[in-house]
Write a protein that binds this ligand. Sequence first.
Ligand SMILES: O=C(CO)[C@@H](O)[C@H](O)COP(=O)(O)O
Ligand SMILES: [Co+2]
Length: 221
Amino acid sequence: MAVQISPSILAADFARLADEAAAVPNADWLHVDVMDYHFVPNLTLGLPVVEALRKATATPLDCHLMIADPDRWAPQYAEAGAGSVTIHAEAAKAPIRTLREIRSLGARAGLALNPATPVEPYADLLGEIDMMLLMTVEPGFGGQKFLDVVLPKVRRARELVERHGGRIWLQVDGGVDAGTIERCAEAGADVFVAGSAVYGASDPQAAVDALRAAANRTLAT
Ligand SMILES: O=C(CO)[C@@H](O)[C@H](O)COP(=O)(O)O
Ligand SMILES: [Co+2]
């Protein structure tokens, strides 16, 4: 399992997004939280910002759609050049069609589950996805406290993914920092979103390196 770190620009300075992207040249992805005031009680950014970011950085964009109608909008994020587009299982009405469309447009397809959404009902969809995102906070805001209660689900998701061939990435998102990343890695996550822990640090690049090292240390033991 290769560890990947995806800093969330939700915690960055929105007035200086290009500079904030450049501040983490060692990141594998830039995590872009799209919120619409409907699926979650917050509003962030949409397609025009993703299109602008795409031109401003070579780091691939990992778009996390927390929106009420992902079936309608997700393909447009793939068309806008996102390297990965993740939709929420709780919001999608036609997840299989939408995940296939994302892939057909050349992006990786992700399926996200809220903390209280069980993973087992989605076992049959593993062939349709490249990544599963397990929320470790309730979606909507950065800077929340990590929910340990999700860790058993991360383990069960890792088992399902391994039984399916191990090709699917397992991402955790929310409250991931130097104090929680090791538990996530130990439970089987391999892609780590970190907002405050990266952009709240005085040296975001060093914070990415430190998170990666902590996750790798856990996987090595
Ligand atoms: O999707 C979300 C929140 O809904 C996350 O991507 C947050 O942006 C992560 O921020 P931190 O919890 O790491 O500060
Ligand atoms: Co996110």
